[in-house]
Design a protein around this ligand. Structure first.
Ligand code: COI
Length: 356
């Protein structure tokens, strides 16, 4: 049951846009938003694009108390000839439904959601920035809105999409970041919600991040939640290591988020005949490679983070400086080709782009 028509209410009070070359991440929001409601009798219905404004929610809404909510992150890019294009939105909508399933949220119509995103971006197209490295970040999310304090799936939901013109996620921009391996807290365990994109995973990461931020680390690298041995992910990005010419990334295990950029990196590396392996890797093994001079590069991948080289990894009191703290060759090539495809400067051999 879903009604696939989008009503449009124009915002007559448009905001001033920030200068495109002064954007950081996620601070500005465009003039419109998309909303669709879900009720058990009507399914998803009442899709509308309307002026961006605060939501009115009952203080007892389940989302505030038990965090039954999911989100996604994707981007729209402006090309040199002023086309606006989305990068692999189908993968994001597929993952949104995967997260929905884990959080007992009703499935959305993926094609309709992509269409809604395209319409919203088209309406707010003047907000897609054009300075190098900038884009329009698209944040679809679903919240549980039923006012009820019992612990149970909500009857009602809202699916919302907001847009934010963004620059680099990290203050370092595309320069290498420093990451600290977390050894006190854990992000996720198998059977938990680690592979879903849900708010609780991010809320529970804040304490660890706050602790390392004062020492100059951008983020923490999470280890597995049981043995605290195996490398998992950074939270805002998946991780890759180049060891003796081979690129290794932790295999998906139920507690690691399946990144769209992670998947794209693997596809690109395969197409370049660079050996890439998804497997378990411990911090001890990585450290052994480092000691033998075999750890050639480390980098993260994510929609917000794009490709972020890791210049230093702190683990158990030791500082591992990787590739002299500089951007490695593979990270640079991946960054150039991936952004080249996204901004329409390179061919799109995998058909990843969807024009708005
Ligand atoms: C993304 O890369 O889109 C993310 O969701 C990471 C983050 C900003 C939470």
């Amino acid at each position: 049951m879903s009604e696939n028509k989008i009503t449009y209410i124009k915002n007559e009070n448009v905001k001033e846009k920030p200068a495109s070359d002064q954007l950081s991440f996620g601070k500005y929001f465009t003039d419109h938003m998309f909303i669709q409601d879900y009720t058990p009798d009507k399914g998803w219905h009442n899709a509308r694009i309307k002026p961006y404004e605060p939501l009115i929610l009952d203080p007892a809404a389940i989302v505030f108390h038990y965090g039954q909510t999911v989100f996604e992150g994707l981007k729209a890019y402006r090309t040199e000839d002023n086309t606006i294009q989305l990068f692999r939105p189908d993968k994001n909508m597929e993952r949104l439904n995967h997260s929905n399933d884990r959080l007992c949220i009703p499935q959305i119509d993926e094609e309709f959601a992509i269409d809604a995103i395209k319409q919203l971006v088209e309406i707010d197209q003047d907000w897609v920035p054009n300075a190098p490295g900038t884009s329009l970040y698209i944040r679809p999310f679903i919240i549980s809105t039923e006012p009820y304090l019992g612990v149970a799936p909500s009857a009602n939901y809202q699916f919302i999409v907001i847009l934010s013109p963004v620059g680099a996620y990290y203050a370092e921009g595309i320069n290498p970041v420093k990451i600290a391996v977390e050894n006190q807290f854990v992000r996720a365990v198998k059977g938990g919600t680690g592979e879903a994109k849900t708010a609780g995973n991010y809320a529970s990461s804040l304490k660890a991040q706050e602790q390392v931020a004062s020492e100059g680390y951008a983020q923490v690298l999470w280890l597995d939640g049981v043995e605290k041995k195996y490398i998992e992910e950074v939270g805002s990005m998946n991780v890759f290591f180049k060891v003796n010419g081979e690129v290794i990334t932790p295999e998906l295990n139920g507690s690691i988020l399946e990144g769209v950029t992670r998947n794209s990196v693997i596809e690109l590396l395969k197409s370049w005949d660079i050996p890439v392996t998804e497997r378990k890797i411990t911090m001890q093994e990585l450290n052994d490679h480092y000691e033998k001079g075999e750890l050639e590069e480390a980098f993260g991948s994510g929609t917000a983070a794009v490709i972020s080289p890791v210049g230093e990894l702190a683990w158990e009191g030791k500082k591992m400086v990787i590739n002299n703290g500089d951007t490695g060759e593979i990270a640079k090539r991946l960054y150039d080709v991936l952004t080249g495809i996204q901004y329409g400067k390179e061919n799109d051999p995998f058909d990843w782009l969807v024009k708005v």
